[in-house]
Design a protein around this ligand. Structure first.
Ligand SMILES: Cc1cc2nc3c(=O)[nH]c(=O)nc-3n(C[C@H](O)[C@H](O)[C@H](O)COP(=O)(O)OP(=O)(O)OC[C@H]3O[C@@H](n4cnc5c(N)ncnc54)[C@H](O)[C@@H]3O)c2cc1C
Length: 402
C-alpha cells in the first residue's frame, strides 16, 4: 500500500455523520475519500425533521440519562459554534421542545421524570407544564394534550444545510467525494483493513469508517444495527407557532413534530402504517393510510393548524441498536476498521460523535471517552430480530431480550 493510501481514510456514507467525519478528518490533515451510494444526504439525513431534543423518551434511570448527557451537551455546544466555524446559517432555531402527555397516566409519568431530572441530575432547565400552561405557550395545542415536559433550549435545524456546509469545508481541506459509488465490500488483508471494493474498482486505504446508519449491516453483518422506517409530512407555510418541536404517544404510536422551518412550513412525522420486514424498512413510497395517520397528528394534537394543506410526504430508514444508542468507535474484528452508525435521533448525537471518531482515528483517543458507545458492546449477544417490526414491536422485543 502506497504512503497516501496508507494514510487515507475512506468514509462510507454521506449523511450528517459521513459529512462530519470528512470535515473533521480532513481538517486534522488526513486524506479523505468519501463514498456515497446515491447522492449527498439521500439517506435518513435528507428525510429527517431536524428536531434537536437533548433528552427524549421516557428513560427512568438517571445513570443512563447522565451517560447520554455527556455527548448531547457537547453536541449542543458544537451546534452553537458551527454557525461561525462553518460560515453558514443552518437554520438552528432554539424555540423549545415539548414531550406531550395525551393521558392523565402519561402526565403522572412525565411529572415523575421531571422530578427525577431535577433531583438526581440537577437538570433545572426542564419544566413540567400543565394543560393550561401548555396552551398559553402554544395556543394551537388541542384538548387531547394534557400537559408536557418542556425544555426551552431545544429546537430544530436544517440537516441539508448543515451537512452541505460540513462537506464544503471538508472539500476546502482537500477531501474527495464520489457519489453514486456504492461500496460492496470492505477488504481485509491479514488482520487489517486494506481498502474497499466498489462496483467498478478496488480502492486501497489503511482506514475505513462505515457511516451508513440504517444500511450498516450490509457491510458489517455482525453489528446489531437494524433499519427502522419513519415518515414525515410537511405543510404549506403558516404564521409562526411557538415552541413546536414535540414528541407524543398518540394511539400507542410515537409521533413527533418539528419547529417550523424559517419559511413557515410545519413538519410532523411518525411511524409507518404497520410493522414491516427488514427489507421493507427501506420502502420510500408513502401509502394513503400512512399519509392519513401522519396528517391526523395535526388535526388531533394541533387542531389550531388543522386547516393547513399538506404539500409533501416522504419516508426513510434510520438505524437503531439494541440500547438505542449509536455505535461509535473501532471494531475489534480488524485493525483500521471504524464505525459510526445506529442513530435514531442523530441531530443530538451526530455532530459530536463524528468529531470524537475523527479524533480517535487520527490521535488514537477521543477528547470525550467513547466507551458508552463502543460498537463492540454487543459482542457475544445474539438477537433474533422479529420478522416484521416497527418502533413499538422493536422496543417490546428489546425489553424482553434485556
Ligand atoms: C423520516 C425521518 C425523520 C427523522 N427525524 C429526526 C429528527 O427530527 N431529529 C433527529 O435527531 N433525527 C431524526 N431522524 C433520524 C436522523 O435522520 C438520523 O439519525 C441521522 O440523519 C443519521 O445520519 P447518518 O449520517 O448516520 O445516516 P444517513 O443520513 O442515513 O446516511 C447514511 C448514508 O450511507 C449511504 N450508504 C448506505 N450504504 C452504502 C454503501 N454500501 N456505500 C456507500 N454509501 C452507502 C446512504 O445512501 C446514506 O446516504 C429522522 C429520520 C427519518 C427517516
Amino acid at each position: 500500500m502506497g504512503n497516501l493510501s496508507g494514510k487515507r481514510v475512506i468514509v462510507i456514507g454521506a449523511g450528517l455523520v459521513g459529512c462530519g467525519l470528512a470535515y473533521h478528518l480532513s481538517r486534522m490533515g488526513r486524506p479523505v475519500l468519501l463514498l456515497e451510494k446515491r447522492n449527498i444526504v439521500s439517506g435518513a439525513t435528507g428525510r429527517c425533521g431536524g428536531m434537536v431534543m437533548k433528552i427524549d423518551g421516557r428513560d427512568t434511570d438517571p445513570a443512563e440519562i447522565a451517560k447520554r448527557w455527556v455527548y448531547v451537551a457537547e453536541n449542543d455546544r458544537m451546534l452553537n459554534a458551527f454557525g461561525e466555524e462553518l460560515g453558514v446559517d443552518f437554520g438552528l432555531w432554539r424555540r423549545g421542545s415539548l414531550d406531550i402527555a395525551c393521558s392523565d397516566e402519561e402526565m403522572d409519568l412525565l411529572g415523575e421524570l421531571v422530578r427525577m431530572q431535577h433531583d438526581a441530575l440537577g437538570d433545572e432547565e426542564i419544566e413540567l407544564l400543565d394543560a393550561r400552561a401548555l396552551r398559553r405557550l402554544s395556543p394551537v395545542m388541542g384538548d387531547s394534550c394534557k400537559g408536557a415536559r418542556y425544555r426551552p433550549s431545544d429546537g430544530c435545524l436544517d440537516p441539508f444545510l448543515l451537512s452541505h456546509a460540513l462537506l464544503r469545508k471538508a472539500k476546502e481541506f482537500g477531501a474527495e467525494v464520489r457519489t453514486w459509488t456504492p461500496v460492496e465490500e470492505i477488504l481485509v488483508t491479514g488482520n487489517s483493513v486494506s481498502g474497499v471494493r466498489t462496483a467498478s474498482e478496488t480502492i486501497e486505504a489503511g482506514t475505513v469508517a462505515v457511516a451508513t446508519n440504517g444500511w450498516a449491516a450490509d457491510l458489517l453483518p455482525d453489528l446489531p444495527v437494524v433499519p427502522l422506517r419513519a415518515l414525515a409530512v410537511i405543510t404549506e407555510p403558516a404564521p409562526p407557532v411557538p415552541a413546536f418541536t414535540f414528541e407524543a404517544e398518540l394511539h400507542t404510536k410515537i409521533v413527533y413534530g418539528c419547529t417550523q422551518t424559517k419559511r413557515g412550513n410545519i413538519l410532523v412525522g411518525g411511524p409507518p402504517e404497520r410493522p414491516a420486514s427488514r427489507d421493507e424498512q427501506f420502502e420510500e413510497h408513502v401509502s394513503f393510510q400512512e399519509l392519513q395517520f401522519n396528517t391526523s397528528v395535526l388535526t388531533e394534537l394541533l387542531p389550531g393548524l388543522a386547516d393547513l394543506n399538506v404539500i409533501r410526504a416522504w419516508s426513510g430508514a434510520m438505524g437503531i441498536a439494541p440500547d438505542g444508542l449509536p455505535c461509535v468507535g473501532r471494531l475489534n474484528s480488524c485493525d483500521g476498521l471504524y464505525v459510526a452508525a445506529g442513530y435514531p435521533n442523530g441531530m443530538s448525537y451526530t455532530p459530536v460523535t463524528a468529531r470524537l471518531l475523527a479524533e480517535l482515528i487520527v490521535e488514537g483517543q477521543s477528547s470525550i471517552p467513547l466507551e458508552t458507545l463502543d460498537p463492540n458492546r454487543f459482542a457475544g449477544r445474539r438477537y433474533d430480530w422479529p420478522e416484521t417490526y416497527d418502533y413499538t414491536v422493536l422496543a417490546e422485543y428489546l425489553n424482553r431480550a434485556g
